[in-house]
Design a binder for this molecule. Structure first.
Ligand code: P6P
Length: 332
């Protein structure tokens, strides 16, 4: 039987890659790993646990009805990160402002973590895969109180990023800037085991993911690219397949493994699109680039965008390098 490498062992084996002191990354990722296991347990029985299922009735700062599992997942990440002491503060899609940890263990934390605790949560009730996305930065100055500027660093400053996809199996995929590795949760052991070492996204793909219901709201270049995807041309394996789950992490994960492009463009009503730069686009862009793919807002590399607001949205084109470049060629 092949040797199992657990996530914990892998982090220790590879922690020299982490630019900062040993052990800090493993503490950060082990907090995320713990929260992921706790959330996975609830997600897997969401259909049964009525007090968790369904909208909490409260609304998050985006004005979206919060599913109870959103709130639960958000709390799990905050508890787990606060307890480990490496992070001094967090930002979350579910919180209007940054959350500074004032407990003794965390005050001196050198890192900040941004996350979308449960993306695609409207799919919970219909048993469609959902996900968590996280992004880790070094705070700017350990001798100053942590503040919003620590969170407005460009994506190129990320020290680590990843996602968990709660699907037919639960996987954790992350990078520290030295490639992308995927770990599958073995429920019988309660352990994430290395299952997808050194993930590379195919440079070309035949899958495009976009909400075509919005197509008439998009700029001409997006319409032209989608028409290109749908044209018949055997030499370039077209028409491509349209695959859109309505859950970014699930769509991204499939395209990462098989090749493909995910697009959430600007529309007339929402010129900056729907997805959040800091805790959705930057972390997935880091993963995509580390796997040989690309991520832009249609014109500019996502990770080079200088953030101005915690919850700012950007148009998002991410996936196979040649597909993103082809889409961009229609937008210029
Ligand atoms: P639409 C889920 O709310 C999400 O943030 C992503 O996970 C998903 O890809 C997208 O929004 C779906 O948005 O407008 O197509 O329903």
């Amino acid at each position: 039987m092949a040797k199992i490498t657990t996530l914990g062992e892998f982090i220790i084996e590879r922690q020299n890659e982490f630019k900062y002191a040993k052990g800090e990354l493993s503490n950060l990722l082990s907090a995320i790993r713990l929260a992921a296991k706790v959330i996975n347990r609830e997600v897997n029985k969401a259909g049964l646990v009525y007090d968790i299922l369904g909208a909490a009735g409260t609304e998050n700062i985006q004005g979206e009805t919060q599913q109870k599992l959103d709130v639960y997942a958000n709390d799990q990440f905050i508890y787990a990160l606060k307890a480990r002491g490496e992070a001094c503060a967090i930002a979350s899609e579910e919180n209007e402002d940054i959350v500074v940890f004032n407990n003794e263990t965390s005050k001196k934390g050198k890192y900040i973590v941004l996350f979308d605790p449960l993306d695609g949560s409207s799919n919970i009730d219909v048993n469609v895969s959902i996900g968590t996305i996280f992004s880790i930065y070094r705070r700017l100055d350990e001798n100053k109180p942590v503040c919003i500027e620590d969170f407005l660093q460009p994506g190129t400053a990320q020290v680590a990023a990843g996602y968990i996809v709660y699907g037919s199996s639960t996987m954790l995929v992350y990078t520290t800037g030295h490639g992308v590795n995927g770990f599958t949760l073995d429920p019988s052991l309660g352990t994430f085991c290395l299952s997808h070492p050194n993930i590379k996204i195919p440079e070309d793909g035949t899958i495009y993911s976009i909400n075509e219901g919005n197509i008439n709201q998009c700029e001409e270049g997006v319409k032209k690219y989608i028409a290109y995807c749908q044209e018949e041309d055997k030499a370039t394996n077209r028409p491509y397949s349209g695959r859109y789950i309505g859950s970014l992490v699930a769509d991204f994960h499939r395209n990462l493994l098989k090749g493909g492009i995910y697009i959430y463009p600007g529309t007339k009503k929402a010129p900056d699109g729907k997805l959040r730069l800091l805790y959705e686009c930057n972390p997935l862009a880091f993963i995509a680039e580390q796997a040989g793919g690309k991520a832009s807002n249609g014109k500019q590399r996502i990770m080079e965008i200088q953030p101005t607001k915690l919850h700012q949205r950007v148009p998002f084109f991410i996936g196979s390098k040649n597909m993103v470049e082809k889409a961009e060629s229609f937008l210029i």
